[in-house]
Design a protein around this ligand. Structure first.
Ligand SMILES: Cc1cc2nc3c(=O)[nH]c(=O)nc-3n(C[C@H](O)[C@H](O)[C@H](O)COP(=O)(O)OP(=O)(O)OC[C@H]3O[C@@H](n4cnc5c(N)ncnc54)[C@H](O)[C@@H]3O)c2cc1C
Ligand code: FES
Length: 255
């Protein structure tokens, strides 16, 4: 883990209020899928945590894809090529991808929970099914990028304007009813993660989820991001999402 000031290489708007920023940063190129960075936004003392969506070894760069939510992401969205960003990372522990060269996986992403899954899906290639849920067709992002990994990609939207009309977890249930898989990875809003965990458990499939909590230090030094996690004997403890996660075994998370 290192920090420093690194230049923006590229900025693109993927959908209304959803920005992709590529940042030249040799430290983050070897990040594991599911890890994140903390970016300092002007006038704000606390770094904003953003998942590393993917890396580009040739250009020594990584990208984050984020939704403008408040002052920090609004400031970040206005950065352009060449501007320097104060970046700390890579942080946290990513997805367990052991066996990805032979195992099959189903990825479940809800909205802005889709980008953190891209690099992991890439490792599985055509042995991955990717299920992505969005509000409407206009908010669909990274469709071509996921398809480019070789994965089979399916979309759900709340209003039916693209793909299945309804919840992305309905696609997960139908997928697991049809055929088993070795593991499910999920990232998105908590109710979606909880439903994905339940569906995977009902089908006897291991599931890993990436949790989002408000963060302060980002490195395990405060208690801001504490989340209740169950151990093997059923005892419940608080763990740091920033340091022990953000990825956890779904059956250990107390939703
Ligand atoms: C490990 C991790 C990875 C993340 N990866 C991404 C990503 O790849 N793309 C992305 O768009 N967002 C991601 N987030 C969420 C992102 O960090 C917040 O949206 C951002 O910090 C908001 O900052 P802000 O100053 O714009 O908004 P603020 O003014 O701080 O808050 C605006 C709204 O966002 C909510 N919010 C703030 N921080 C968080 C948080 N950490 N988690 C959930 N909600 C929050 C607040 O409750 C409030 O409703 C991630 C969060 C974590 C913990
Ligand atoms: S944000 Fe400080 S311990 Fe996680």
């Amino acid at each position: 883990m290192e920090f420093g000031r690194f230049p923006v290489l590229l900025r693109r708007e993927l959908a209304k209020g959803v920005i992709e920023l590529w940042i030249t940063c040799p430290n983050a190129v070897n990040a594991a899928p599911g890890q994140f960075v903390g970016i300092l936004c002007e006038g704000m003392p606390l770094r904003r945590p953003l998942s590393i969506c993917r890396t580009d070894e040739r250009n020594h760069a990584f990208c984050v894809v984020f939704e403008v939510r408040g002052a920090g992401t609004q400031w970040l969205a206005a950065r352009g090529k060449g501007e320097l960003l104060d970046v700390l990372g890579p942080l946290g522990s990513g997805f367990d991808l052991s066996g990805c060269e032979s195992k099959s996986a189903v990825f479940v992403g809800g909205g802005i929970g889709a980008p953190p899954l891209l690099a992991a899906a890439q490792r599985f290639g055509s042995r991955a099914d990717v299920l992505l849920g969005f509000r409407t067709a206009a908010s669909v992002i990274l469709l071509r990028d996921f398809a480019g990994t070789g994965a089979h990609v399916f979309i759900a939207t709340d209003d039916g304007s693209a793909g299945h009309r309804g919840l992305v977890t309905e696609l997960l249930g139908a997928r697991l009813d049809r055929a088993p898989c070795d593991i499910v990875y999920a990232c998105g809003p908590k109710p979606m993660l909880s439903a994905a965990a339940e569906i995977a458990a009902a089908h006897g499939v291991r599931c890993q989820v990436s949790l989002e909590e408000r963060m302060a230090c980002g490195v395990g030094a405060c208690l801001c991001c504490a989340s209740k996690i169950r151990d093997a004997s059923g005892g419940e403890h608080y763990r740091h999402v920033c340091k022990d996660g953000p990825v956890f075994e779904a059956d250990q998370v107390v939703f």
